[in-house]
Design a protein around this ligand. Structure first.
Ligand SMILES: Cc1cc2nc3c(=O)[nH]c(=O)nc-3n(C[C@H](O)[C@H](O)[C@H](O)COP(=O)(O)O)c2cc1C
Length: 205
């Protein structure tokens, strides 16, 4: 059928670049705002991000290593998710800088914190869509051998949703109009979404 390259992950991929992130992609970006117990603002992108449930809506992202977002959310139980859009790509990238916990990445990236309605962490004012979230679980990942991995999956219930009116076309959310950016593989690959890439497929039955 196919001429396949196979590798056992424990023995290495044998390729110039690890293909994992390029295969599991493009991924939506969890642009997460949080606030420390002392009140310091924090903002960072996480592409190990997705939605996991409808009712209640639950989103999650993985912190590879113990990072400020994880520490803040563990301490306060709240965070916001903000849509990373093409016009905000540079700012999103700037907010990923490895800086001391007290450095506010909103300021660093030239973004405006906007008060949330139901949680303490502010939203990104420039982003057209935001979720206000309350922590539900923090799950430390483990290997198949049962060894703990220094990665934590942070899950939160979406308790409030803000959507720019212009993205609601006759009440229907227009995904492409939001100009989301998605993360591919390698050090720098991103993808955009265009309306002509959409196709429809209904479930059987
Ligand atoms: C597009 C993008 C996606 C990222 N995805 C992740 C991720 O899924 N998990 C992770 O731990 N770090 C990820 N990072 C790196 C974090 O954003 C970076 O370590 C950041 O400094 C963490 O911030 P914090 O310590 O304020 O939480 C990503 C960076 C970029 C630019």
């Amino acid at each position: 059928m196919h001429d396949l390259h196979f590798y056992e992950t424990a023995k290495g991929h044998g390729l110039p670049h690890d293909p994992f992130n390029a295969i599991v992609g493009p991924r939506p970006i969890g642009w997460i705002s949080s606030i420390s117990a002392a009140g310091a603002l924090n903002l960072a992108p996480y592409s190990f991000f997705n939605g996991f449930n409808y009712t209640p809506p639950i989103v999650g992202f993985a912190s590879v290593g113990e990072k400020d977002s994880l520490r803040n959310i563990r301490a306060t139980g709240e965070f916001c998710w903000n849509l990373a859009t093409e016009p905000l790509a540079e700012a999103m990238n700037a907010s990923s800088a490895m800086v001391a916990p007290e450095v506010d990445e909103f300021g660093l990236a030239g973004l405006t914190p906007l008060a949330s309605r139901l949680v303490k962490p502010p939203r990104v004012a420039e982003s057209p869509v935001s979720f206000e979230c309350k922590l539900t679980q923090i799950v430390q990942l483990q290997s198949a051998a049962g060894e703990l991995v220094p990665t934590w999956l942070i899950l939160g219930e979406v308790v409030g949703v803000h959507i720019a009116q212009r993205l609601l076309v006759n009440g229907v959310y227009d995904t492409a109009a939001g100009q989301p950016i998605l993360r591919g593989g390698g050090p720098a690959d991103y993808f955009r979404i265009a309306p002509e890439q959409k196709f429809k497929l209904r479930r059987p039955g």
